[in-house]
Design a protein around this ligand. Structure first.
Ligand code: H79
Length: 434
């Protein structure tokens, strides 16, 4: 019988809950066609056609040090790279396949360089590893065009030895857990239909990973994805339970709790435009102000944000992403204290923004103006020590106006007569409690 060790779990999760903000990097052969990471499936592309990208893959500007620097300057604390995505192409030198970066004109073990570069920037390092594999002959394709995980219909599903695939997959996981030093995050993707849990021989896989990487933090996708939150959330952890819930392209409306109402650790993974992998014509990027506010939203609900970039075929992060990340970085530099190590405020969400909290420090995030002084609902006058602008440390007085005497229980922060907030993205008031 598997026994969940809560103390060990809490210890393992400490840095991760403190970090709150990470970078996801989706990168592989699919950066060349530049139509997103699913094209081998959505376009039902035959193997021979996809091999053209394998034969030409030679990212001239590959510089994981530049990625890591971008992440650090944006205020991110960890970086997760797709060591292998669903197309089966390995960015590392796997001894179990020829379909890897070292066999392309690039000729390099990109994962080896990546982990080193990320650590050199002082960041935690993670690898994403797909459970699906559209390249391996023993991984079943889906014949039904309507199936959401459909793949090439021209390939029949007969004569596939799934056990053989599992041996391959487990071997590759052993490699990434053995050859690249200490990993901080391992991001499996993903379970669906009856392809979940023991179908992956997940207990055995997890046992191996935990032996090789005792402190690694693992997502919940060996048993879940989208629907259902995994066995930790269900209050009945399996041997392959994830350490965090991994909502994709959604920020959970009410944060996430287990069946007993206890807060769960979670991480929303989110794209900046509409694609994970590089897409040449998808220029619909979320503005930096929105991304800052979404990061705040995650923290105010007790979660992390793993924000994605999809570098192009040369290995460059798109300019739109770089621009937004640098705005986020400038904001984080001044206001990071309201993000790192912070969580839910246990204070109702104000009309004008959100609240994050760490110990006796409550952060009121102002996304818009109020008319006159700002009501800090949930702060009791007797426990208030002081209010400051987090960005500058400047003191903010409490309103003494007659208008507010009608609300004796509410503290109003008086930002002065000028209604323009100093930071249009998010002006943070730090409320210090006694
Ligand atoms: O790696 C990223 C996605 O490729 C992967 N998870 C994130 C982190 C992912 N794989 N599958 N899914 C997410 C869910 C499946 C979505 C699909 Fe579709 C809907 C597959 C086919 C229809 C999205 C839209 C992908 C292709 C078209």
């Amino acid at each position: 019988m598997y026994k969940f060790d809560k103390a060990e779990y809490e210890k393992r999760m400490e840095w991760y809950k403190e970090a709150r903000f990470g970078m996801f990097i989706h990168w592989g052969l699919y950066a060349i066609p530049a139509r997103g990471e699913w094209i081998r499936s959505t376009e039902e592309m035959p193997k021979e056609e996809y091999m053209k990208y394998f034969e030409e893959f030679d990212p001239a500007s590959y510089d994981p040090g530049a990625w890591a620097k971008t992440a650090r300057e944006a205020g991110m604390k960890y970086v997760v790279l797709t060591a292998k995505h669903h197309d089966g192409f390995c960015l590392y030198d796997s001894q179990y396949t020829d379909f890897k970066s070292t066999n392309t004109p690039c000729g390099r073990d990109l994962v080896a360089e990546f982990v080193e570069a990320v650590r050199a920037e002082g960041l935690k390092v993670g690898l994403y590893f797909t459970l699906l594999d559209w390249y391996h002959d023993d991984y079943p394709h889906f014949g039904d065009k309507n199936h959401p995980m459909r793949n090439n219909r021209q390939y029949p599903n007969e004569h596939r030895d799934f056990d053989n695939y599992l041996t391959y997959m487990h071997n590759q996981v052993r490699e990434i857990c053995t050859n690249y030093g200490k990993l901080d995050v391992l991001w499996f993707d993903f379970s669906y239909d009856d392809m979940r849990g023991e179908k992956w021989k997940a207990a055995e896989l997890m046992d191996m990973v935990r032996k090789l990487q005792p402190d690694v933090i693992i997502d919940n996708r060996l048993e879940a994805s989208g629907e259902g939150f995994g066995s930790l959330a269900a209050g009945d952890p399996t041997p392959y339970h994830g350490d965090f819930v991994s909502p994709e392209q959604i920020i959970p409306p009410n944060g996430l709790q287990d069946v007993n109402g206890n807060d769960l650790v979670w991480e929303a993974c989110v794209t900046m435009n509409g694609n994970w992998g590089y897409h040449a014509t998808d220029h619909y990027f979320k503005p930096a102000s929105m991304l800052i506010r979404k990061l705040v939203e995650c923290v105010s609900k007790g979660g992390n944000l793993l924000l994605n970039v999809g570098p192009d075929a040369n290995g460059n992060i798109p300019q739109e992403s770089l621009t937004a990340l640098s705005v986020m970085g400038a904001w984080m530099k001044q206001n990071g204290k309201s993000i790192y190590g912070c969580g839910k405020g246990d204070i109702p969400k104000p009309d004008y923004g959100r609240v994050t909290k760490s110990g006796r420090h409550v952060y009121f995030h102002l996304f818009e103006n109020t008319i006159g002084p700002v009501p800090l609902i949930g702060i009791r006058k007797e426990e208030l020590k002081g209010i400051r602008y987090l960005a500058t440390g400047a003191e903010v007085p409490v309103s003494t106006s007659w208008v507010h005497s009608d609300y004796p229980d509410i503290v109003f922060a008086d930002l002065g007569p000028d209604p323009i907030l100093p930071d249009e993205n998010d002006t943070v008031l730090e409320v210090i409690l006694k």
